[in-house]
Write a protein that binds this ligand. Sequence first.
Ligand code: NAD
Length: 301
Amino acid sequence: MTVQATARILEGAPIAEEILARVRADVADFTQSQGHPPGLTVVVCGSSAPSMVYLDRILKACATVGIDGRMVHVTGDDPDTQSRELAAALRALSADDEVSGIIVQMPLPAGIGIKVVIDAIDPAKDIDGIHPLNAGRLRLGFEGFVPATAHATLEMLERSGVQIAGAEAVVVGRSPVVGMPVAFMLAKTGATVTVCHSRTRDIGAHTRQADIVVVAAGHPGLVTGAMLKPGAVVIDVGINVVDGHLVGDVDMASAREVAGAIAPVPGGVGPLTNALLLAHLARAAQRQAAERSAVTARGTE
Ligand code: NAD
């Protein structure tokens, strides 16, 4: 009789619940001390159905922890008008003390550059870490806001007891929102990191050496069991819809026979990402309130 090994499934929901319990308590403290709840505004330019579902989910999660979640729609007829309206909305939200965090729906519609967002959003309210100041802080090892998905990947590894320091890690994907921040965070935590991408000649040659494999490419079935080292920990970040079903970038059927643990799609880093976004919001709210009272105290000296 042969007994096939199957990977431990790393579930995001229980970790997300722990994080949300803490956020709920922090939000209650903030609301009591400030007289209003912390506010999160999601800015939407145009409409794309999949991301609307995602944004709606974030707003519902806000309501469950006491955050005042709102959505602002930018509705110009052409890219120039939309860019102007987007910049004006972001400036107004950045200046509003009752808004602690801002998320902008990505990708932006064609013809609107990311620079419009970067020039208008207050980095202190950039809770998903898209501003170069936050990206630079991560790169140089200072505290700032990191993209929630990258944070979720590291949190999943750490809370699942995975040894990162000294591990060989491969990240598939080099985008500024997922792949590169994950790579920087893994390196900072002590892993030896290889970044693979669309121009990598033989991804399997790298992943087969890895203790930790993070896949964030947006390409279903990209990493299979034959590309893994037995016992490896795999974090699937990809989100794809195949035949109406949500799947990741990892071929689960073959990977789970080889890996030691897998964070699957759906159910892995996804729920954790949303919870961490709200944790970032609570942190942003506390910091802004502390800064406002420091300014008031200086003013009365
Ligand atoms: P992106 O398109 O900006 O970047 C994809 C990266 O993958 C690029 O660096 C590219 O070089 C690499 N890549 C693409 N095809 C490849 C291939 N065949 N072989 C090797 N590398 C390849 O995407 P992104 O924003 O980084 O997102 C990546 C995936 O993660 C997407 O599926 C996205 O939907 C998902 N995502 C998930 C969450 C979450 O919360 N779980 C959040 C953001 C993004």
